[in-house]
Design a protein around this ligand. Structure first.
Ligand code: SIN
Length: 560
């Protein structure tokens, strides 16, 4: 049975939920999520939310730090909006019941506290690239605290339907609707109920893509398994512009242990005083950057990569043993307990760490109110490219960006739904899966996924070259053809949808990386090791508009 609503939200991380909470004041909302509603990148965020909430800090300083990290590609206006509007969004989280770590032995606001810019007495942490303490956090479980409180608020609202275990297959655009004048207008999405394997259409006046990032395009990632680039891939196939996909952030420190599944060791631990050492005990970051272990993330990740290549060893180490053990446990209970489970007592032992794919700085191009270039389609959170991150995201800016721009998107969308023509759900063509059969060798899908992830890890990682990127392109082209073939003749499952999105996203990353003939921010290539000062301060934009939309994820790439 098809469904109708004012707002369709795809994704249940901080961006999707906060868009839904605000949109629900103006109309009916359907929110779909691939697994349970709390399965999102947000839930895994440890560090916190960067925000100016202290009179020793300033908006200008946060803006400068963000722009410096972004290596010439930040949209300054977007950065200003995020920084200036940040505090209001943090205070709203308190209204939803969020509890952040406080200074002064966790005492709540007291009358003696006279700092008017930090009236809630938040404990403000420090992370790489920030010139002040400005990270609001809930010990090392910030994402979980936010996700829990946002979901609680969402569930209290009346006109929201949450559909768990539902995946978006494809955006419904003018291409599907015979009477539509505009081919690049969105009318909702085709959705798979992955438990009952039933496909239906959701007709929506506004659709918001908030499906998170794409860390799972890589073999090693801090992201949960749901981070498969769905929003970017679907939007690209529907004809939306996608920007700066070459800028994939690798987090320098994830736990190196065969069973740890790239568990994140928060940068906040370095902000607290932990230092990086190699196997010889050398505090090697001092040789790479004046800020040593707290240097910007791209520099730390490349330095670790280099140390591992030079030593031939599979990891480096994070050392927090010089800090007070009880304080370390109190501030980082999650990291402490997780490492303990693998026999590593971080108050006494060095923590073996390696980099892993962490954050997609590019995404679907949006304006300052979340509008994509497809009418009635919005994007926010990691799926969107607002211009805030430029070529390299400053630590802990992503949750802030998601909060600020999802709010702006919801307010903008609430105006759009007035007078918006909606297609009657029953007039949307039913999903045509004639000629498809149930495929028996599902194991081949996981082989394909592993191949893509390995290719991306080996050839499109922290240090790139034309040779490696072209090698990756040839392999991904082959895999893409195989997957399209599966897709055309097989009854859809959520694994197949994810695989198709992974291969499209992988290709967007490679094509973008091949286009950028310089090293900038997170994109480092040995063929062009310097930043090109002339003419290259520009975004890498990809668009599918000249191709046949939706039918295939295939795209041309001129090898360079
Ligand atoms: C971390 O806790 O190190 C991650 C924070 C971020 O990626 O912004």
């Amino acid at each position: 049975m098809n469904k109708t609503c004012d707002f369709l939200v795809i994704g249940s991380g901080i961006a999707g939920i906060s868009f839904a909470i605000h949109a629900a004041k103006y109309g009916s909302v359907v929110l779909i999520t691939k697994k349970q509603d709390s399965d999102s990148n947000t839930n895994y965020a440890q560090g916190g939310i960067a925000c100016v909430l202290n009179s020793n800090d300033s908006f200008e300083s946060h803006i400068d730090d963000t722009v410096i990290a972004g290596a010439g590609l930040c949209d300054n206006e977007a950065v200003k909006i995020m920084v200036n509007e940040g505090p209001a969004r943090i205070l709203e989280l308190l209204d939803y019941g969020a509890q952040f770590s406080l200074d002064d032995d966790d005492k709540a606001k007291t009358s003696e506290n006279t700092d008017s810019k930090n009236p809630y007495n938040f404990h403000l942490g420090r992370e790489g690239g920030h010139s002040a303490n400005r990270i609001v956090h809930a010990r090392d479980l910030t994402g979980k605290e936010l996700e829990t409180k946002l979901l609680k608020k969402l569930r209290e609202l009346k006109n929201i339907i949450i559909l768990e275990n539902h995946c978006a297959i494809e955006l419904i655009t003018g291409h599907h609707i015979k009477t539509a004048a505009n081919q690049y207008k969105c009318f909702g999405a085709y959705v798979l109920d992955s438990v009952n394997r039933h496909i239906f259409a959701v007709s929506a006046k506004v659709t918001c893509l908030a499906s998170g990032g794409a860390g799972r395009v890589y073999l090693h990632s801090t992201n949960p398994s749901i981070a498969t680039g769905d929003g970017v891939a679907m939007a690209y196939r529907a004809g939306a512009k996608v920007a700066n996909m070459e800028f994939i952030q690798f987090h320098p420190t994830t736990l190196f242990h065969e069973k740890a599944n790239s568990f994140l060791i928060s940068e906040a631990l370095r902000g607290y005083g932990a230092v990086l050492r190699n196997a010889a005990g050398d505090e090697f970051m001092k040789r790479y950057h004046p800020q040593a272990s707290l240097a910007p993330r791209d520099i730390v990740a490349r330095a670790i990569d280099n140390e591992m290549k030079v030593s031939g060893l599979p990891c480096v180490y994070l050392d927090v043993t010089h800090k007070d053990a009880q304080a370390t446990i109190a501030h980082f209970p999650n990291i402490y307990n997780r490492c303990m489970a693998f026999g590593i007592d971080i108050t006494k032992n060095l923590i073996p760490v390696v980099p892993a794919a962490h954050y997609m700085c590019g995404g679907v191009v949006v304006d300052y109110c979340g509008n994509t270039d497809i009418e009635n389609l919005y994007a926010c959170g990691e799926t969107a490219s607002t211009g805030v991150h430029g070529a390299n995201r400053l630590a802990s800016n992503s949750l802030l960006e998601a909060l600020v721009f999802s709010y702006r998107a919801a307010i903008n969308a609430s105006k759009r739904i007035e007078g918006c023509h909606q297609i009657n759900a029953e007039n949307i063509p039913i999903w045509d899966d004639s000629g498809t059969t149930d495929f028996e060798e599902w194991i081949l899908l996981s082989h394909n996924l592993w191949e893509i992830q390995s290719v991306m890890w080996d050839y499109v990682g922290i240090v790139r070259s034309n040779l490696r990127l072209n090698r990756a392109m040839r392999r991904i082209n082959l895999l893409e053809k195989e997957i399209e073939d599966f897709y055309k003749r097989t009854k859809i499952t959520h694994q197949l949808l994810e695989l198709r999105n992974v291969v499209t996203t992988a290709k967007l990353i490679i094509v973008s990386a091949l286009k950028r003939k310089e090293s900038r921010g997170l994109h480092y290539t040995t063929d062009y090791p310097e930043q090109n000062k002339r003419g290259w301060k520009k975004n890498t934009i990809l668009s599918n508009r000249s191709k046949s939309p939706h039918s295939t994820g295939l795209m041309e790439c001129t090898q360079q």
